[in-house]
Design a protein around this ligand. Structure first.
Ligand SMILES: Nc1ncnc2c1ncn2[C@@H]1O[C@H](COP(=O)(O)OP(=O)(O)OP(=O)(O)O)[C@@H](O)[C@H]1O
Length: 238
């Protein structure tokens, strides 16, 4: 039997007296593209921070390909793009990518970098410029490029479309589809429900710290009697 890529069981998280996650159960099959959606402050990033062991759980457990998430080796197969991506401003784009690849024991392959930049519509000239001169969208593309170049079995992408122009969004969706077809698991958060509908095999709606819905986008529309995922989402959280 194939192990799930991710399994959250009764995950709870509090910040002081505020209970942000209250018994979250979620399972992602290996090779799935899974979208987590929820209003601002619903707890999506907190769930990801728990997964990455950036903060301690107050209850429950998380497994990554069957290994407890707090074991560093469990996170080896995982590539992560944070929601607020701020690379060191004094590095050039090339230095930043090299730095991230080196941390993972990978070498800088100029051809692969060039192909990835082209796949994300980032001007190769940006590699020689320091990150301080990048626009918001360029910075996001750099983060995506560095993350996706690591060729991981599992990607955790917190709002990967954030700041991208329509062309770059379309290109990123193509790239995510390619990853999916090659067998990688993708766990993403997004406020763009049309993207989730288009890309994701399954999705979950997190609201008030709990999972309100989990299933395919089509099941979500059907369950809430809605024509669009946006309408279904609004009914679900009403
Ligand atoms: N370090 C922290 N200390 C205290 N409260 C926090 C902390 N981090 C997050 N929170 C609170 O936890 C709740 C969930 O935040 P989180 O960032 O997980 O939401 P989100 O679903 O990712 O939101 P968004 O869609 O706006 O990115 C919010 O009320 C937020 O204020």
């Amino acid at each position: 039997m194939t192990l799930p890529a991710l399994r959250f069981q009764q995950v709870s998280k509090r910040y002081g007296a505020a209970s942000v996650l209250r018994g979250v159960d979620l399972e992602l099959g290996a090779g799935e593209c899974f979208g987590l959606v929820g209003v601002n402050g619903a707890g999506k990033t907190s769930l990801i921070k728990c997964l990455l062991d950036f903060c301690a759980l107050d209850g429950g457990s998380i497994d990554i390909f069957g290994q407890p998430h707090h074991q560093p080796a469990a996170r080896g197969p995982l590539g992560f793009l944070p929601e607020r991506f701020t690379p060191p401003y004094y590095l050039t784009g090339a230095d930043f990518i090299r730095y991230l690849l080196t941390l993972q024991g990978l070498s800088y392959d100029a051809q692969a970098v060039s192909a990835m930049l082209s796949a994300l519509d980032l001007d190769p000239g940006a590699l020689k410029r320091t990150v301080r001169s990048y626009s918001k969208g360029m910075t996001q593309k750099l983060g995506l490029a560095a993350c996706l170049l690591a060729r991981k079995p599992l990607y955790v992408l917190d709002e990967p479309m954030s700041g991208l122009d329509p062309k770059a969004r379309a290109l990123l969706k193509d790239e995510l589809r390619r990853l999916h077809q090659s067998g990688s698991t993708v766990f993403l958060t997004s406020h763009a429900l049309a993207d989730v509908d288009e890309l994701c095999d399954r999705m979950a709606i997190l609201h008030d710290g709990a999972i309100r819905f989990s299933g395919t986008p089509a099941e979500c529309r059907a369950q809430y009697g809605a024509d669009t995922l946006e309408q279904a989402f609004l009914t679900c959280i009403a």
